[in-house]
Design a protein. Sequence first.
Length: 254
Amino acid sequence: MVTHACFMAILIGASIGRATDTQPPGDQGSPSAVNQALADVEQLRLTLSMQETGPGEVQIDVPKLKAGVLEKLNGAGIRHAESEAGQCPRLVVRIEGTVIADCGKYVCRVGTSLGRLVVLPGRPDLQIQAEVWQAKPMTAVVMESGAADTISRAMLAQVEAFTAACEAAREPPDLANHAVQKASAPATPGQAPSSPQNPQTTPAHPFISSKSSLVFHRPDCLWARNIAGSNVIGYKSREEALQAGKRPCKSCQP
């Protein structure tokens, strides 16, 4: 009883405290920056985690809901791994809820995140499982009769936000726009224009990768130019990169 009361208080408090965030489930907002950890996500394992407390249950058609999620993933070119597949990323949808007794209300929370193996800075030989993407959670107090529909719409909206983030990460950086902005900047009087900075012009290694990615590139690849200098890992050969657990980039085909 104590656990149930605490859980209900937390969910209700979150719903009231975040009243300014009560947008429709389909409105997940635009990402503020491209998430490079999603650029090579082509296959994942889907996990639905449902936790319910208190009396009563909300009837959710899980097979139908899962089929809808897989359809959205397939539409974005992301395959579903039916079994555990080594380094395969995992998309986890957490559904929590509880019935408020004697008033016909239901408190629910839906959150979606992606976990995958990442390389620790300074330790290219060591990988850990980490959460690299998270949707904005949905918390709501709704009528018990409409709870299943609210949960389904929120879950599908969060998966749409995930696929949109993956598609954005696959797009090459807008180097042309960056060059236009740089060229239009006023030069200091008496100062000769500086040459474009391109640290990859004379690379120390023929193949490079980011510490947080499982993909390696040629130094002149568009994706490689977007890697921060502090995150660059160099490899002397293609075989060395493969032995480190990296996969070749599909764009530059190193």
